[in-house]
Structures are given as structure tokens and as C-alpha cells.
Design a protein around this ligand. Structure first.
Ligand code: NDP
Length: 397
């Protein structure tokens, strides 16, 4: 009997996909045994460019921060933003616990039940994951949240220390299920809305760093649009996540979790708003960003993938709290650079050099031909692929 697709080796799967020989060999050459264990139906690794914020000052400490991202200009902008924030970014950490949900329908009496069985609930959590208790974490609280007339969420507040904690939380929740049997739980799962992991970063920018008070005032006015207009807010937050998600990804963390949590927080009062706030305060441009952010420095993909561990080591030997502050600081820098660009005449000028590099490669330029093509393209008022191709041909002839 022939094997099922998932039972094949990565190379056998590639063969089964009937790819062109050169593509199949190229994909095969990028396989790694470690990553083959990470996902199902593994065929190859997908590479992503990684750049670095060379120097960002956070709470008196200089950090270099890796960013994995495919979009040109993002890393340059983050570095510019970090320079503008030369007074340093300050991090304020609120709490560090994950939330796990037990979802109940018609849970009359669940409050009293929890009060009565509190010791048992806590003992069960410890029994389910003793190692997190040894590290000083574990179940901290159990709260009941009535969502509608019939729907109730029992929220388990769990400290997962330096792990993002999805699996730790789910393990504890599943162990609690039998205790709550009489309420016939619909299911248990962590919540990615990490409101017990709020982090705030602030930064003060000298006017001369950004081209004067007028530019600062323009940044404040532009930023204000994102507070009232969801169209502007979406784009401003997308730019913010250019920075945040690139660091989250490079460090092997779950960027979908961080983004989902961030967008939910951006809509917390019923309207989707920009997450960063810029004001003029004490003669400086003052930026502030608060975000629920759940990331780890151990566990999940971080501990399994050498790429993630190596990237994390660029930041240094940090714990999850420090990493959260670093990620948000890069976000603040990214947002500042984007607003500064728009306030000073648009982002295209800065973007185009990198976009043209990508265009040159797209039309087949070799590494040593790219610079010459880009310099020619920059001087033109209209550029598209055919123009780039024509210049490539001229250079070659
Ligand atoms: P793990 O299951 O790998 O748990 C982390 C483990 O790291 C702990 O169990 C602990 O094991 C060990 N550890 C070592 N040092 C520490 C420390 N200082 N603090 C805490 N733990 C430490 O990963 P997570 O629970 O973090 O789960 C994250 C993964 O779950 C991610 O890959 C995520 O994508 C995925 N996921 C996400 C979901 C979502 O977001 N909705 C849902 C399900 C999964 P020990 O104590 O035994 O050494």
C-alpha cells in the first residue's frame, strides 16, 4: 500500500509535488532536520531577511535588536527612530500573567462553587504543572466574567514566567476540567488578549532631532487622526507592527498572538484607534505606547529553533519582561520614524531606493549590477519593470 503524503520524508514529499527539478533541488537544499520536527508535511525552510536595530537606548541600557521582515525600509526606519529617541525609552511593566478561559453556558452558582473549592482548584493547577511552580509561577487567581445572560468565562490568571505560556496555560486548564464537570464546560483555551501583561513604553524626543518644533507639531496632528479615523489607525498600527512583529518573529515568538492582542486592545473602547500617542510635553515630543504583549525567551519555537536562539542572543541574555520592553521600544521607534517621514514630505523618497533594489532583482539583475540600476532608476520620474529591464540590458551591452 502506498504511503500517505504525511508519512513521506521531506524529499519524497517534494517529489510528489511534481516541481521543476531546479526548484525541487533548491527547496531540498534548504531543509533542516530541526525544523522538520516543527510542522507537519514539512518540505523545506522558508528564509526571511534579518536586519538589526544597531543601537536603541532602553532604560539606560544599549541594545541591538534583530528584525526578521521582508519589507524594504522598515529596518532603516527603525534605526532612524532609535536615533531620534536618543534620550532613551522607558519601560513600565504592569503585570506578567496569562489568562486561560473555561467557557461555560448557564453557569449559575459558579462563583460560590469557586469560593468553596478554591483550595482544590489551586492544588489541581500545581499538580498539573509542578515545574512552573518551582520557577515561581503558576495559578494566581480565578475570576468569573459574565459575558452575556447565558455565557460565562471562568478566567484563570496564570504566571508562566519566561515562557509565552500557551501550552502551560492549556495544560493547567485541561487539568481543571473534571472539577467543573457539573457546569458542563464547552471548552478550555488560553486567551490571547493578554490584558494582564500590559507594557508601556515612553520616549521624549528633542525637537532638533526631528527637524524642529513644526515637524513635532505635525507628528502630533497626524497621530491624532489615528485616534478618530479607523482608516488612518489601521495604517498607523500596521506600521507599528512592522517593528513589533519583525522582532517577535526573529526571536521565535508567536507574532499572530501579539498582533491579535494588539488589535483587540486598539479597539478596547469600541472603536479601533492608533495604539501610540504623541503629544508635546515639557518642550519635547513625547511618545507613549501601551500594549498587552505575551512573549517568551524559552519554550515553544524559541527553544527548538537555533535561528531563534541565535537571534535572541543578539539582544543578550534577557528574560521575557526585558524582551517585552525591547519589542515595544522598537515599535515606538518604528512609529516615530514613519510619522516623521510623512510629516516631512512623504515616505516614498526613503522607500524607493530599497524598492528599486527589489525591482532590479525581479528583472534578473545580478548582485554586482543592482547599484548601477538603482542609481539610474532614482533619477527617473517614471519607473516600472520594463524600464528596469531596459536599463539592465543597457548596462550589460
Ligand atoms: P512550552 O510548552 O515549550 O513551555 C515552556 C517550557 O519552558 C515550560 O514548560 C518549562 O518547562 C520551560 N522553561 C524553562 N525555563 C523556563 C522559565 N524561566 N520560565 C518558564 N518556563 C521555562 O511553551 P509555551 O507554554 O510557552 O507555549 C508557547 C507555544 O505555544 C508557542 O509556540 C505558541 O505558538 C504555541 N501555542 C499558541 C497558542 C495560542 O497562542 N493561541 C495555542 C497553542 C499553542 P520545564 O519547567 O518542564 O522545564
Amino acid at each position: 500500500m502506498s504511503k500517505k503524503f504525511y508519512e513521506l520524508t521531506p524529499d519524497e514529499r517534494l517529489l510528489a509535488l511534481n516541481l521543476k527539478e531546479d526548484i525541487r533541488l533548491s527547496l531540498s537544499s534548504r531543509q533542516s532536520p530541526v525544523n522538520a520536527q516543527m510542522v507537519e508535511n514539512y518540505i523545506s525552510d522558508f528564509r526571511m531577511p534579518m536586519g538589526v536595530v544597531h543601537d536603541i537606548l532602553i532604560d539606560e541600557q544599549h541594545f541591538s535588536v534583530p528584525m526578521a521582515i521582508e519589507e524594504p525600509s522598515v529596518v532603516a526606519a527603525a534605526n532612524n527612530g532609535a536615533k531620534m529617541l536618543s534620550n532613551g525609552v522607558h519601560v513600565i511593566m504592569a503585570d506578567t500573567a496569562m489568562i486561560g478561559q473555561m467557557l461555560l453556558i448557564g453557569a449559575a452558582g459558579v462563583d460560590e462553587f469557586i469560593d468553596l473549592h478554591r483550595d482544590e482548584i489551586f492544588a489541581k493547577a500545581k499538580q498539573a504543572k509542578p515545574s512552573i511552580y518551582k520557577r515561581g509561577g503558576g495559578l494566581r487567581d480565578v475570576r468569573v466574567r459574565n459575558i452575556s445572560k447565558t455565557e460565562t468565562s471562568v478566567d484563570f490568571i496564570i504566571d508562566t514566567k519566561d515562557a509565552m505560556g500557551a501550552n502551560i496555560v492549556n495544560t493547567i486548564l485541561e487539568a481543571e476540567l473534571p472539577l467543573f464537570e457539573k457546569f458542563v464546560p464547552l471548552g478550555v483555551i488560553l486567551s490571547n488578549y493578554a490584558t494582564n501583561q500590559l507594557v508601556t513604553v515612553t520616549g521624549d524626543v528633542d525637537f532638533e532631532r526631528i527637524g524642529g518644533r513644526e515637524v513635532a507639531q505635525k507628528i502630533v496632528a497626524l497621530n491624532h487622526f489615528s485616534k478618530n479615523d479607523p482608516y488612518r489607525a489601521t495604517t498607523e498600527n500596521k506600521g507599528l507592527f512592522n517593528g513589533i512583529s519583525a522582532v517577535v518573529l526573529a526571536t521565535g515568538n508567536d507574532w499572530r498572538a501579539v498582533e491579535a492582542s494588539g488589535h483587540a486592545y486598539a479597539s478596547r473602547d469600541g472603536q479601533y484607534r492608533g495604539l501610540v500617542t504623541w503629544t508635546i510635553l515639557n518642550g519635547k515630543l513625547h511618545g507613549e505606547l501601551t500594549l498587552p504583549i505575551s512573549v517568551g525567551t524559552v519554550g515553544g519555537a524559541i527553544s527548538a529553533m537555533p535561528d531563534a536562539k541565535q537571534a535572541l542572543s543578539i539582544i543578550g541574555d534577557v528574560n521575557a519582561d526585558t524582551l517585552r520592553g525591547v519589542i515595544l521600544s522598537v515599535g515606538l521607534a518604528q512609529n516615530l520614524a514613519a510619522l516623521k517621514s510623512i510629516a516631512s514630505g512623504g515616505i516614498q523618497r526613503g522607500h524607493m531606493r530599497m524598492q528599486y533594489r527589489a525591482l532590479a532583482m525581479q528583472v534578473g539583475a545580478k548582485t554586482d549590477e543592482i547599484t548601477a540600476i538603482v542609481s539610474r532608476l532614482i533619477s527617473l520620474s517614471y519607473v516600472d519593470a520594463s524600464v528596469a529591464k531596459k536599463i539592465l540590458m543597457e548596462i550589460r551591452n
